[in-house]
Design a protein around this ligand. Structure first.
Ligand code: HEM
Length: 512
């Protein structure tokens, strides 16, 4: 089954890659030099990259998010300068707290970032997460429609920035958050939305270990297998990406006051690079309907006498996810959970399980990362090359209280999904649209991701020999309650934004 076509990714396999490279060459008016994989990877300036790119802060389990709006740009910039000195970089490693600060496009415009730099951001970042076409494409319809979002949508207050405060425990994190809150409120910022998170169990609300399978950044996480080693430029601007090119970056005229504090343009122009060591963050607050999830599993697995079958509920849930609650992949342990395999991650699908008999082809992890099952040559290095162009670092956090077994309530709980990627359209948007939402994924029909797909009448097929199971009428278990695209600047760029003279600090006036 896995050998059938993955339509959109097949297109990206070769021809679209060439189109992309040609477009980059045309845009710059010059032939850009391809940086071959065989060349030594450039050293990553870890002390200039915000640390969330490199780590998920497992040792800092609480994270409070504040979504903010600029009211007084000049004061607001002074606050940024202060936060810039406290933001956690990749090195040295943050021990007790980690602060991170990122901005939406309208936030950077409101702060008066020069026009030339604003023009250098990617189209999807400039346009933002919602809009007719984009919302349909991402599956943000019905209950998930942006008009209903609590933040980031067209009917809620405009979000300009997000501050993330990570800490070791609830009390210390809240205290630190409140201290920061007093400062931003005195400094020309207003609160739009806040979300404190402090999970207790370490599992997401459907009961599964999360955050296991991540790409490894080449030049930083050295020891990973070929399945996960990805070039730094896929996650950090200013380094070669999986096409051997530098993703477009926002550049600033070198003659602007303060601009010389920014890194030089790695491609050799006289401009300074506001983007280098920065990246894009995709943030989506995803509400999980745990009651519906459990009731659906129960209804689909009852014994013939009508009694509940807890073991079968767990099996079906694991088939939907592609891993058991401990995290053990079905590919390594198809019949029961095996916590000793919880971290296993070096496997492909095409050779080992083409038909999906161990891990259903429609399972969440198999859709979100089909690994070696991609066209044009499934099961080969070429397939993994295509795959590497669609990876993301996930840095999400669980929010809301756990629902005890057997309990029913209407509380808001879910996942603050946070993805780090250098190209939102090729990474997050592609995965969300073509692999998670698309009902024709991998030659299927009418089947969206069983965990986080957009369909309200979903189908999930579990291949079996001799009998396959088909679950129909699955409700939507996950809905979007807020979201936005952010730019996470490097530390020098953050300082420039906060300190450089010559910003007029009013939207549209920071022109060059
Ligand atoms: C509430 C919503 C979601 C839940 C409960 C959820 C849960 C999970 C779980 C339990 C895993 C397996 C553990 C791991 O490898 O980390 C996983 C993996 C993954 N998820 Fe999600 N997820 C959600 C939303 C999303 C979304 C929206 C995306 C992307 C657009 C996504 C992308 C991925 C990826 C890329 C993997 C790793 C797959 C691999 O490399 O094998 N997830 N998710």
């Amino acid at each position: 089954m896995a050998s059938t076509t993955l339509g959109a990714s097949r297109a990206l396999g070769s021809t679209a890659a060439e189109r992309l490279i040609t477009a980059v060459r045309r845009k710059s008016g010059a032939m850009k030099r391809l940086v071959e994989r065989s060349e030594p990877a450039p050293a990553i300036e870890t002390d200039d990259v915000q640390g969330i790119v490199f780590r998920g802060y497992g040792r800092l389990p609480c994270c409070h998010y504040a979504f903010l709006q600029v009211r007084e740009p000049i004061q607001a910039r002074a606050w940024i300068a202060r936060v810039a000195s406290q933001v956690a970089a990749g090195t040295p490693r943050a021990e007790r707290f980690a602060l991170h600060l990122a901005f939406t496009y309208s936030g950077l415009a409101a702060l008066g970032l020069p026009e030339r730099a604003l023009r250098g951001f990617s189209r999807e970042f400039i346009e933002g997460m919602y809009g007719d076409h984009r919302s349909r494409f991402l599956g943000d319809v019905g209950e998930s429609a942006p008009e209903r979002w609590a933040w980031g949508g067209p009917t809620s207050e405009t979000v300009h920035a997000v501050l993330m405060v990570y800490g070791a425990d609830r009390a210390a994190t809240s205290e630190r958050f409140q201290a920061e809150q007093e400062l931003w409120r005195e400094s020309g910022w207003a609160d739009v939305h806040a979300l404190p998170t402090c999970p207790r169990s370490g599992r997401e609300h459907f009961g599964f270990a999360d955050g296991i399978s991540q790409p490894a950044i080449e030049g930083y996480h050295e020891a990973s297998s070929t399945y996960h080693r990805v070039r730094a430029g896929e996650f950090i601007l200013g380094y070669p990406n999986e096409y051997g090119l530098y993703t477009d970056r926002p550049l600033v005229d070198g003659s602007r006051p303060g601009a010389l504090s920014l890194p030089a343009d790695v491609e050799g122009s006289t401009l300074r690079d506001f983007g280098r060591n920065g990246t894009y963050l995709v943030m989506r607050q995803l509400r999980q309907d745990v009651v519906a999830f459990r009731e659906t599993l129960d209804a689909l697995t009852r014994n013939e006498d009508g009694s509940p079958n807890v073991k079968e509920q767990e099996r079906l849930a694991a088939q939907m996810v592609g891993r058991w609650p401990s995290g053990a992949p079905l590919m390594a342990s198809p019949h029961q959970d095996d916590p000793s395999k919880a971290r296993e991650n070096d496997f492909g699908y095409h050779r080992e399980d083409r038909e999906g008999l161990s891990c259903p082809v429609g399972a969440h992890v198999r859709r979100a990362n089909p690994r070696d099952a991609l066209e044009p040559s499934p099961g080969t290095e070429e397939s993994l090359t295509v795959n590497r162009r669609h990876r993301m670092l996930r840095r999400g956090r669980i929010y809301g209280g756990e629902l005890p077994p057997g309990a029913v309530d209407n509380a808001d709980r879910g996942l603050m999904f946070v993805a780090v990627n250098a190209n939102i359209s090729r990474q997050f948007e592609f995965v969300q649209h073509s692999w998670i939402v698309d009902p024709r994924f991998n030659g299927m029909f009418g089947e969206s991701d069983p965990i986080t797909g957009a369909s309200a009448e979903n189908i999930f097929r579990v291949p079996g020999n001799p009998v396959r199971t088909r679950c129909v009428g699955l409700p939507r278990f996950v809905s979007v309650v807020g979201g936005a695209y952010f730019f996470l600047p490097g530390i020098r760029a953050l300082r420039f934004l906060g300190e450089a003279e010559g910003f007029v600090g009013k939207p549209g006036e920071g022109t060059e």
